[in-house]
Design a protein around this ligand. Structure first.
Ligand code: AMP
Length: 229
């Protein structure tokens, strides 16, 4: 099962991808996290991507498509995947479709988390991320149990450079220009389901799981958490 999570920066994609990924027993691939890993490791891709990300611009399609396509070949993806932050342009959506079609697969659901602009700015400005496992927290809406420390792995929490207000405004502009057409693309081909992302985290998660519906048996096979079924 191939699931895409769509929505503006700050709509809650990362939090929800992890939440529903765990429930469904599917691996999550977040293109932003892959890029930050490359930057952290000083890879050639990371060196090229860094400047775009610092400005709140999109990393060029070719780089991101190659990176995600390579990741989709890993064995842990065979049963299905939740894609967070990819595709973000029409070119990426078409490349993903072509790549999946070559493996006789397709996007099963494009889940669109809809949140108002004011709420997005509010959320992004209080966001903290775990340096170790990338879990996302919010000062007001989803605080960690101990300030500055990740609930899940005890890692150090930090604020991303591109969550600064000026860069954030640019990221939102880029989103409206380049990613809204992706939402229209999935709407036109009938895979889009819109979810109210302004609700509390648990309710958004429930709505997303309901939109995914029953997962084919092959997907939940081997999942240890019995709630996954
Ligand atoms: P995110 O963690 O999803 O908010 O992404 C952070 C930044 O990484 C974005 O502002 C872009 O600069 C870059 N990025 C992440 N995913 C993509 C993508 N699919 N296409 C292009 N750039 C991306």
């Amino acid at each position: 099962m191939i699931i895409i999570l769509l929505g503006a920066p700050g709509a809650g994609k990362g939090t929800q991808a992890d939440l529903i990924g765990e429930r469904l027993g599917l691996v999550t691939i977040a293109s932003g996290n892959l890029l930050r890993e490359n930057i952290g490791n000083g890879t050639p891709l990371g060196l090229r991507a860094d400047a775009y990300m610092q400005r709140g611009e999109l990393v060029p399609d070719g780089l991101v498509i190659d990176m995600v396509t390579a990741r989709l070949k890993a064995p842990d993806v065979a049963r299905g995947v939740i894609l967070d932050g990819f595709p973000r342009t029409l070119g990426q959506a078409q490349a993903l479709d072509a790549n999946l079609a070559a493996q006789h697969k397709q996007v099963d659901r494009a889940l669109y988390l809809k949140v108002t602009d004011e709420a997005l700015l509010d959320r992004l400005s209080g966001r903290w991320i775990c340096r170790n496992c990338q879990a996302s927290y919010h000062e007001k809406f989803n605080p960690p149990r101990v300030g500055g420390v990740c609930d899940l792995c005890g890692g150090e929490l930090y604020q991303r450079n591109d969550d600064r207000r000026d860069v954030m405004e640019n990221r939102l502009r880029v989103y409206f220009d380049q990613t809204m057409p992706v939402i229209e693309y999935y709407q036109a081909n009938g895979t889009l389901v819109e979810i109210d992302g302004a609700q509390d985290i648990e309710k958004v998660g429930e709505d997303l799981l309901a939109a995914v519906g029953p997962v084919p048996a092959v997907v939940v096979e081997g999942v240890t958490d019995s709630s996954a079924a």
